[in-house]
Each structure stands twice: as structure tokens, then as C-alpha cells.
Design a protein around this ligand. Structure first.
Ligand SMILES: [Zn+2]
Length: 403
């Protein structure tokens, strides 16, 4: 296949197990159709560099399984067989996404097209596992009833909680983390309770995957997603794949020091990026750090005083963020930095405008260097729901190359 990265030598590919190759090709066909909306078999064959016969077999299997829909035949010129356009069947599969944070639990059920089919929200107060696990079970039951979807077609559940995971001295500090989860295998416990595959991710990573599946980053192979939540995290998408890091903690960019001797951080250092670029930093500037709920409401309908505070925050957030973008571009040679998260859309747009002019870097041409991603309360829950779909359908080269 053409799409195998150059540099993988033929010796490794020769060891490929046929089962893996079939699974990979199936994913490549689905992903290609998904990204293009609608394609004929001939177009799929051209774009995936698979043989027409292979595409035909896979398409037949996917049509049979209800994953694809066949459209009205299109006649291509005077000669030849009419071509049938294939598209993804939104009802071919479903996925659940849950975002659990210090104050709320948001749960969604989505279809293959990324449309939300049911949504449940429940307030929580820094929930520990004893409280959260039964609550998640109950909420999933409500999603099942409310959505009315074919439960047999649910691929799994994506669960997002604040990271970082399992880093002593970092994960268990600060108001943006949850207590009591250090020793708990949340995914395994939920799999037992729900009888569904469960994928656990950080908010930034899930939002990045959501953006790659359905959003602004659909066409990008190399990007960093900066997620402005209570803190600041990054999802690293490199060479078409998510980069997780050795201990699954890649992208904890919030604790990158941008101002030596700057504001103190819960991690013990000074001048960390998220002390300037995060909801928490914004709320502190507004004098509302102790009441996040009131702060969130104030942002929706800002008084002149809040507007003034937002201006002051933008002035302190933009310079370190600009610096971080310069570092990411210089380090990773990415196509773009996508910024999204829980900020109100209008404020996110203002922040983006304040970033320009960006410092010069190796990234000089080909499209915008900064893109605005999804914003708003459901961004992470929808990203969480994208995890099982991504896991099921994204062609991953390691799978193919496994011997
Ligand atoms: Zn820090």
C-alpha cells in the first residue's frame, strides 16, 4: 500500500499477518469514505491504492454489515458500469462519551456521523470513584433509554478525566484534579459494570481526536491541539497518529515554564503556561477564582467590569501562548496549532486575534498557523465519544506492521 510511510522496510511488511492486513484495509476504506463524504469503489481504490477487487470485497462486507450506504447509481459517460456512490451509514455504529470533571458529568451518545443522539448532564463535587462509578453506570442507562439506539451497535465508551495520570507529585495536586483515583483502574472497572469497551483519555487528547474526526483538523496529519480548560493541555497528532508518550502523559504543556520567576504553580514550579492560559487564570484575573460556577455565568453575560477583566486577561495570556506556539512549531514542524476548549467562542476568537503577528518560525507558509477548534461545554464529551470510533476505524500502521 502506498500509504505505508517510506522508511518502513519491506522486510517488516513481509512479516505482516494477513488478518492484520485485512483489518487495516477495512479501516483504510472506511476512513477514506468518511473523510470524503461519498466515493465510488473506483475512487476508493485510487485513493487507498488498493486493488479494485479488494475494495469491492471490503465494500460488500461493509454494506452487508450496515456500516456503509449505497447511493443512486451514477452513469459515468456513455460506456462502462454505472458507478454507485458509497457513504458512511450514520446508524452503522454508535459511541458513548463521558466527561467527568470536578463539577459536572456530561454524557453523550453519538452516531457514526458525529451527531449527538442523547445527552445527560449531572452535577458532581470533586467525585471520588465510589461516587462516580455508580453514577456513570446510571447515566449510561439513561443514554440507552433516551437515545433509543441499537445497543448492539455501540462500539464502546470514551471516558475523559483530568490528567495527568499516575505522575507522583503532579497528578494529585491542585484544584483541577480529582481525588482518590490514583490507584483505581477506572476503565477496567467500568468495562465490568457496563459490558462495553472503555477507553480512558485526557481532555486535550479526546478533544484533539474529536477535532480530527469531525472538526477543523480533519485534513491535517500533523497538528497540536491546545485545550483551554480549567488548566491547559495539548493533544499531539503527529504523522497521522496520536502521540501518547511513554506514560501516556505527553502534552502536559500547561506545566511548561514560560516565565521563569513567574506566578507560582501547584506543581511546585514558577511561571507555568497554564498559570496564564487557562480558565483558572482567567477566573483569577476576574477575581472569581473561588466560585467557578459564578465565573462561568459571568462570562456568558459579561458586565463592563467583567469585560475589562477579560481584556486584562487577554493581555497576560497572549504573550506566553505566542511563545508556546513558537516552541511547538520549532520542535515539531507541524501544519497548525488548533486552539479550543471551554472558553466562550467569542473570547477564544479574541485570544486568537491577539496572537498575531506570531513570531517567525520554520512554519512560514501553507495555510493558517493557528486554527480555532470547537469551543463550549460539550467539546470534551463529544471528543470522548470519538475515541471508540477512532479506535475502531483509524488505520494504524503499527497494527499492520505488527509481526
Ligand atoms: Zn506547573
Amino acid at each position: 500500500m502506498k500509504s505505508i510511510p517510506a522508511g518502513r522496510d519491506s522486510r517488516t511488511v513481509a512479516g505482516t499477518n494477513l488478518e492484520h492486513a485485512r483489518a487495516h484495509n477495512r479501516r483504510a476504506v472506511i476512513e477514506t469514505i468518511r473523510l470524503n463524504g461519498q466515493l465510488t469503489r473506483a475512487e476508493v481504490a485510487r485513493l487507498t491504492a488498493l486493488t479494485p477487487q479488494t475494495v469491492s470485497n471490503i465494500a460488500a462486507e461493509l454494506l452487508d454489515g450496515g456500516m456503509l450506504l449505497a447511493g443512486e447509481p451514477m452513469r459515468e459517460g456513455a460506456r462502462g458500469q454505472p458507478a454507485i456512490p458509497l457513504s458512511i451509514n450514520p446508524d452503522g455504529a454508535y459511541s458513548l462519551g463521558i466527561q467527568l470533571d470536578t463539577q459536572s458529568l456530561i454524557a453523550v451518545a453519538v452516531d457514526l456521523a458525529g451527531q449527538c443522539r442523547a445527552r445527560v448532564e449531572a452535577p458532581v463535587q470533586r467525585p471520588d470513584p465510589q461516587l462516580a462509578l455508580p453514577l456513570i453506570e446510571e447515566v449510561v442507562g439513561r443514554l440507552r433509554t433516551d437515545s433509543g439506539i441499537d445497543w448492539g451497535r455501540v462500539l464502546g465508551l470514551g471516558l475523559v478525566m483530568p490528567g495527568p495520570f499516575g505522575v507522583e507529585g503532579m497528578s494529585s495536586v491542585g484544584p483541577t484534579t480529582l481525588p482518590g483515583w490514583e490507584e483505581v483502574d477506572a476503565a477496567a472497572q467500568l468495562e465490568r459494570r457496563l459490558d462495553l469497551p472503555v477507553l480512558l483519555e485526557k481532555d486535550a487528547t479526546a478533544a484533539a481526536i474529536g477535532e480530527r474526526l469531525y472538526g477543523r483538523a480533519a485534513a491535517l496529519r500533523n497538528f497540536v491541539y491546545l485545550f483551554i480548560g480549567a488548566g491547559l493541555g495539548a493533544g499531539l497528532f503527529l504523522d497521522g497518529r496520536l502521540y501518547a508518550g511513554v506514560r501516556h502523559n505527553a502534552g502536559e504543556i500547561g506545566h511548561m515554564i514560560v516565565m521563569p520567576d513567574g506566578r507560582p504553580c501547584d506543581c511546585g514550579n514558577h511561571g507555568c503556561l497554564e498559570r496564564y492560559v487557562s480558565l483558572r487564570a482567567l477566573y483569577e484575573t476576574l477575581g472569581l477564582a473561588d466560585d467557578a460556577e459564578l465565573a462561568a455565568r459571568s462570562l456568558e453575560r459579561p458586565t463592563p467590569e467583567i469585560c475589562y477583566g477579560m481584556e486584562r486577561w487577554l493581555a497576560t495570556a497572549a504573550p506566553p501562548l505566542r511563545q508556546a506556539i513558537n516552541i511547538l512549531e520549532s520542535l515539531l514542524d507541524i501544519e497548525a496549532v488548533v486552539i479550543g476548549g471551554f472558553l466562550p467562542q467569542a473570547l477564544l476568537e479574541q485570544l486568537e486575534q491577539r496572537l498575531h503577528p506570531l513570531p517567525g518560525s520554520i512554519r512560514q507558509s501553507c495555510g493558517p498557523r493557528v486554527l480555532l477548534g470547537s469551543a463550549g461545554r460539550d467539546t470534551v464529551a463529544l471528543g470522548a465519544a470519538a475515541l471508540p470510533i477512532f479506535d475502531e476505524f483509524n488505520p494504524q500502521y503499527e497494527v499492520l506492521l505488527k509481526v
